[in-house]
Design a protein around this ligand. Sequence first.
Ligand code: PLP
Length: 392
Amino acid sequence: MPATDASLMTPPSRTMNFNAGPAALPLAVLEACRDELVDFGNTGMSIMEHSHRGAAYEAVHNDAIARLRSLMAIPDGTGADGYDILFMQGGASQQFAQVAMNLLSPGASAGYIISGVWGEKAVAEARAVALHAEASVRVACTTASSTPGGAKYVRVPGADEVSLAPSDAYLHLTTNETIDGVQYATAPGAVFPSFGAVPVVADMSSDIAWRPIDVRQFGLIYAGAQKNLGPSGVTVVIIRRDLVEAGRTDIPVIFQYRTASRNTSLYNTPPTFSIYLMRQVLAWIGNLGGLDAVEARNRAKSGAIYRVIDRFPEFYRCPVAVESRSMMNIVFRLPTPALEEAFVATAEAHGMVGLWGHRSVGGIRASLYNAVEPAWVDALAQLMHDTATRHA
Ligand SMILES: *Cc1c(COP(=O)(O)O)cnc(C)c1O
């Protein structure tokens, strides 16, 4: 099992990984994985070589589900009082289409809140599905700015800016916009906005399990694992049980949520190794003290970076409105592209990687997911401080 304090074991050779995804994994998880890679639980073979129908893998699979349920306090009742936890493939990008395939029937509509680049992609895919479903999809709110030259997305909307329609089957939003560094409900104790009775579908790919949330505020949550929960290859879907049952039955069975639901995500071969590793990450989060402890750790990390940005406003510029600043992906600019080049080069020389912003927006981005060590963030904050002081 992963050790409790990975930072004590971090050798100096470990790269400080600020990648946006795939991203850092806890060292303790990688070491536990290495130790049992060729012989899982004295079975004489790797977990990767086990049948997904066998007892050894099934125990891992069920334990991953149980750990996620317990960690996120996911209700287990029936109908609208309970949620299924599904392990899918195809990434969050497949969910952009699959959500609409399941939940849009003829005559129905869906609203999309766009607060960043991933929301744009989600609504585009839903539109393609709606075309064939005789349903409609609309932008219920966008915070896109039309000011040329500046950042396009710098805030999340308030609930009063969102237009709902009686025919809406769901309202889709992105809780954390990974590229733009824009996130909902980041203030300590902030609750997620309420949108009435319409089921909220949330893309939580880059901030699932960053802190405790009330799952009952959502109809469906999906997240690719490769940012906050583990390696790529598995996508978590947490879906209210009445929505599973209400889903369309005239689409291919492989795309129906009920297929995964009725078969505990073992209808066909799941990504067994990814699920195995995600289970290790969930255990590691449990050892850290659960999501309350993870939240404190994450707030300390992001606070250290934002403090330096705010201390040197002439040198660092974060375009995002303070209330919408992401705790997971911190985007900022330096005064010139040349200074940004030099900063990233110096960071690399100090063993820090993954600091370039997404190519569509430029600038710097530090991704501070759960597995990013506080000591790495302190080193980055120190470098930022020293860089700004040198140019003051
Ligand atoms: C990374 C990301 C995606 C895309 O995930 P894939 O698993 O690569 O399809 C979608 N939405 C958000 C918010 C993301 O951060």
